[in-house]
Design a protein around this ligand. Structure first.
Ligand code: NAD
Length: 509
């Protein structure tokens, strides 16, 4: 078992320095396994945000980062990736203490992926595609891509380190500078990211972190006139609020929001693999996962058998302290979130669903935000437990009669982030995948990401896509340059009586 680091102090990171907040106020970050404080964190205000944005603006307008070659930026991003790898154990430990996600899942999944985000976008930055549009003999028209400016990056508490790197890597690769506002329930690993970026020797002001709450640190970042774009990941209602607050300064937004993703199991599927993937998809990361397959739609003909095995397996999932390598489900992030998730146990049963397993505090874990993983059966799609994002280890099971009903139920929800389907019939696989209203569909697979593909959701699950070159559409502007190659005719205005201007080419807006 690893030793716990001492309670630490977490400051902002502005212009290459760790600094206290202007107000001097701090808040505590809790260990979800004990609900004891593990850090005192600077509680950012508009003044801290102002300083960080000024630093980012200066670094963008005057500093070397946007002006250096893509190859030089790529080398810096590779240095960051190498440093993450070198400090992976420590980062995973801090993340585990701060979030309650099992150490093995963080160390084996999240931290390598964080390093991979930097390596991937380091490669991408040297390959940003441009286009030419020659007009024979008259013009050479071409596009170049320029970084958009200062980005505000606002992140949630689930898998914070990985998600922060998912935004920071493409942002820096594009040549932008940024201010990151991490979530108040999991602020620690952002500070380690700042340490890594400082050690990688990026110019001051390129990457800044302001810690604090959404209303007092996030909102001033969104409203700041010198911030060009906001990339936000979080709840749908918060996303809407942020868009309202950013409207006055005409922000560009990328919105990665909530989900209530279906997994559809047809009777002709490899049911063993479908069962493994269903359990993995909803109960990893403590169920606090945006792409979780939290609604199981299963053909009525295999329902009883499939659900019987499911419930048996879920009841055997090991809930425990997140540092224990045997733990499969750790404590939820915060007591308030535990209350919120647990309330759905009551809500579901009141609505008439059957709580087939779980949903209680596990025996032997009297403190901390522990919850037995739950399965609801007998669920009707209109129930709140089938429509609302619970964001915890809770799966609802809904039977369907045929393919048409499966698709209708899958789409009958306000979200559209991910969808999963299991079938042995390739034609049906394609047909259903195309009918599902989701930004990302996996056929006969759990959520295995290819970083080149666009990530994001439809409907209330988001606006825009990030990943691959789609990230550069967000963090970069197109600039089109038209170069005359000869002496094309220019209409002459004001020549007096001698000549009337004709041939009004060039009257576009
Ligand atoms: P949240 O919306 O409560 O908070 C997210 C971030 O926004 C935090 O940093 C918070 O401080 C900040 N914030 C809150 N109010 C703000 C405001 N008015 N102005 C600016 N910033 C503000 O979300 P959460 O509870 O931290 O995270 C869980 C949610 O995130 C779930 O809905 C989940 O589905 C979603 N999520 C989505 C994705 C995705 O890629 N689609 C990925 C992970 C999580």
């Amino acid at each position: 078992m690893k030793t716990l680091p001492e309670v630490r102090t977490v400051q902002h990171f502005i212009n290459g320095e760790f600094v206290d907040g202007v107000s001097g106020r701090t808040f505590q970050s809790l260990n979800p396994a004990t609900n004891t404080p593990i850090a005192g964190v600077a509680a950012g205000t508009g003044e801290d945000v102002g300083r960080a944005v000024q630093a980012a603006r200066r670094a963008f307008d005057e500093g070397p980062w946007p002006r250096m070659s893509a190859a030089a930026r790529a080398r810096a991003l590779h240095r960051i990736a190498d440093l993450i790898d070198r400090r992976a154990d420590e980062i995973a430990l801090v993340e585990c203490l701060d979030t309650g996600i099992p150490y093995t899942q963080i160390r084996q999944g999240q931290i390598p992926r964080a390093a991979e985000n930097f390596r991937f976008f380091a490669e991408m930055t040297t390959q940003v595609p441009n286009a030419t549009y020659p007009v024979e003999g008259a013009f050479l028209n071409f596009t170049i891509r320029v970084p958009v400016g200062v980005a505000g990056l606002i992140t949630p508490w689930n898998t914070p380190f990985m998600l922060e790197t998912w935004k920071v890597a493409p942002c820096l690769a594009a040549g932008c500078t940024c201010v990151l506002k991490p979530a108040e329930w999991a602020p620690l690993s952002a500070s380690l990211l700042a340490e890594v970026i400082r050690e990688a020797d990026l110019p001051p002001g390129v990457f800044n972190v302001v810690q604090g709450f959404g209303e007092t640190a996030g909102a001033p970042l969104v409203a700041h006139a010198m911030v060009n774009v906001i990339s936000f990941t979080g709840e749908t209602t918060t996303g809407a609020e942020i868009m309202r607050n950013g409207a006055a300064t005409l922000k560009r937004f990328s919105m990665e929001l909530g989900g209530k993703s279906p997994v559809i199991v047809f009777p002709d599927a490899d049911l063993e693999r479908a069962l493994d993937a269903t359990i993995f998809g909803v109960y990893t990361l403590n169920g606090e996962r945006c792409t979780a397959n939290s609604r199981l739609l299963v053909d009525r003909r295999i329902h009883d058998d499939f659900v019987g095995k499911l419930v048996e397996r879920v009841a055997r999932l090991r809930v425990g302290v997140p540092m224990d390598p045997a733990t499969e489900i750790g404590p939820l992030i915060h007591p308030d979130h535990w209350e919120r998730v647990t309330a759905y146990m009551e809500i579901g049963q009141r609505e008439g669903a059957l709580l087939a397993t779980g949903g209680k505090r596990p025996a032997g874990l009297p403190v901390g935000n522990y919850l037995e993983p739950a399965v609801f059966t007998g669920v009707v799609n209109s129930m709140r437990i089938a429509q609302e994002e619970i964001f915890g280890p809770v799966l609802v099971v809904i039977p369907f009669e045929d393919e048409a009903e499966a698709v209708r139920l899958a789409n009958d929800v306000r979200y559209g982030l991910a969808a999963y389907l299991w079938t042995g019939d390739i034609t049906r696989g394609h047909r259903v995948a195309q009918a599902l209203e989701a930004g990302m569909v996996w056929v006969n697979s759990q959520n295995v990401r290819d970083l080149r593909t666009p990530f994001g959701g439809m409907k209330h699950s988001g606006i825009g896509r990030e990943g691959g070159h789609y990230s550069f559409d967000f963090y970069m502007e197109y600039k089109t340059i038209h170069v005359a190659q000869g002496t094309h005719r220019i209409p002459k205005m004001g020549p007096g009586e001698k000549e009337r201007p004709t041939g009004f080419r060039g009257l576009g807006c």
